[in-house]
Design a protein around this ligand. Structure first.
Ligand code: AMP
Length: 216
């Protein structure tokens, strides 16, 4: 199955994508994770992307589109994939469609995670991430067993720079200005499946599975 997870930052896309991709043997492609790694490694892409990410803006389409096309060509995508955080603009969606046509493939569904702004701010400001394995936690809603330490790999948990209040507001604005158009784009193509993402992670997982026909 080839799927896109769409929704504002903090909607729980990454948390759900990890669980579903692992259970279904699909590749989980988080453009945010790939870009953060490129920044940490100071690659050419990372150097170009850094300032955009720090400000809460979007990395230019051409860079992200090329990065995703390369990632989709790898063997682990053959059994299907979940794109998390991509596309974020209509031109990215059009480019994705072109990349997939070149592979004689197409998307099966786009899951739209619906959640309101207040919850986004609450979730992002308490979010913590593992430096080693990228697992996500929340200080109140999904705390690790030991504060500051990843349950899965023992790595150090940190707060992303762009999860600080000012940048969160900028990211939400960018979402409404640029990404929200994608909802219409995919609805018009009959691919959009809406999920109430305001509930607990377990309840949202049930909703996503139903949306994808993986559960009743
Ligand atoms: P995320 O982890 O998905 O919240 O992404 C973190 C940051 O990476 C975003 O605020 C953007 O600066 C950048 N980014 C991730 N995915 C994309 C994309 N599809 N297009 C442009 N920028 C992106």
């Amino acid at each position: 199955m080839r799927v896109v997870f769409l929704g504002p930052p903090g909607a729980g896309k990454g948390t759900q994508a990890k669980v579903i991709a692992e259970a279904a043997g699909m590749a989980h492609i988080s453009t945010g994770d790939i870009l953060r790694e490129a920044v940490a490694r100071e690659t050419d892409l990372g150097k170009k992307a850094k300032a955009f990410m720090e400000s809460g803006g979007l990395v230019p389409d051409d860079l992200v589109v090329a990065m995703v096309a390369e990632r989709l060509s790898r063997g682990d995508c053959a059994k299907g994939f979940i794109l998390d955080g991509f596309p974020r603009t209509v031109p990215q969606a059009e480019a994705l469609s072109g990349t997939l046509s070149g592979m004689k493939a197409s998307l099966d569904a786009v899951v739209y995670f619906k959640v309101d702004d207040e919850q986004v701010v609450e979730r992002l400001s308490g979010r913590r991430m593992c430096r080693k394995c990228n697992a996500n936690y929340h200080v109140a809603f999904m705390p690790p067993k030991k504060a500051g330490v990843c349950d899965k790999c023992g790595g150090e948990l940190y707060q992303r720079d762009d999860d600080k209040p000012e940048t969160i507001r900028r990211r939400l604005k960018v979402y409404y200005d640029q990404t929200a158009d994608l909802i219409r784009y995919y609805r018009e193509r009959g691919l959009l499946r809406e999920v109430d993402a305001s509930a607990s992670p377990e309840a949202v997982l049930g909703g996503v599975k139903r949306a994808l026909g993986l559960a009743k």
